[in-house]
Design a protein around this ligand. Structure first.
Ligand SMILES: C[S@@+](CC[C@H](N)C(=O)[O-])C[C@H]1O[C@@H](n2cnc3c(N)ncnc32)[C@H](O)[C@@H]1O
Length: 151
């Protein structure tokens, strides 16, 4: 969030997390940006975003969609709060389908309540809720994924 706020000189960056602890830590870390009105951190859940339709130019989800209980409903919410022509960027450090990471990814999914996705699953659900121009970029050897879609 601090990095985004550093780039959006005239914009405001909102963060949301359903964990009160994470909201508190993020608020402490970004205190100076919150005090100057550049950042706001909200407690809430992605399935029911506490923001009006067409509020944002960009929504960024870093290392979090694994935990979203219903990806389709969450993507619908992201689509709702984006301005027309707004973008949704997903950044994950794990995706399914790269053999070298199969064991590690299986262990992660067994140990925690998380779902790691195939790139095609993410693309399909993005399409289903109405995103266009979906671009997926994989960094093989690291198992990183970046997905960008436009409303
Ligand atoms: C691995 S952390 C990543 C946090 C941050 N994006 C980063 O890169 O440092 C995943 C975060 O997603 C949050 N989260 C999980 N499910 C959520 C949901 N349904 N709604 C909002 N936040 C959620 C968790 O509380 C956690 O803080």
């Amino acid at each position: 969030m601090a990095s985004l706020a550093g780039q959006a000189f005239r914009g405001k960056v909102y963060g949301i997390d359903h964990s009160p602890d994470c909201v508190r830590w993020a608020a402490e870390y970004n205190r100076h940006l919150i005090d100057s009105g550049r950042v706001e951190i909200v407690h809430g859940s992605v399935e029911n975003l506490p923001f009006r339709e067409e509020s944002f130019h960009l929504v960024v989800a870093v290392e979090t969609i694994y935990f979203w209980p219903t990806l389709l409903q969450s993507f619908k919410e992201v689509h709702r709060v984006l301005k027309s022509d707004g973008c949704f960027l997903i950044i994950n450090e794990m995706y399914l389908g790269e053999e070298a990471f199969e064991e590690r990814n299986k262990k992660c999914m067994a140990g925690e309540e998380m779902t790691i996705y195939f790139p095609g699953q993410i693309e399909q659900m993005m399409k289903e809720v109405g995103f266009k121009n979906i671009y997926i970029d994989l960094i093989e050897g690291k198992n990183w994924l970046r997905c960008l879609g436009r409303k």
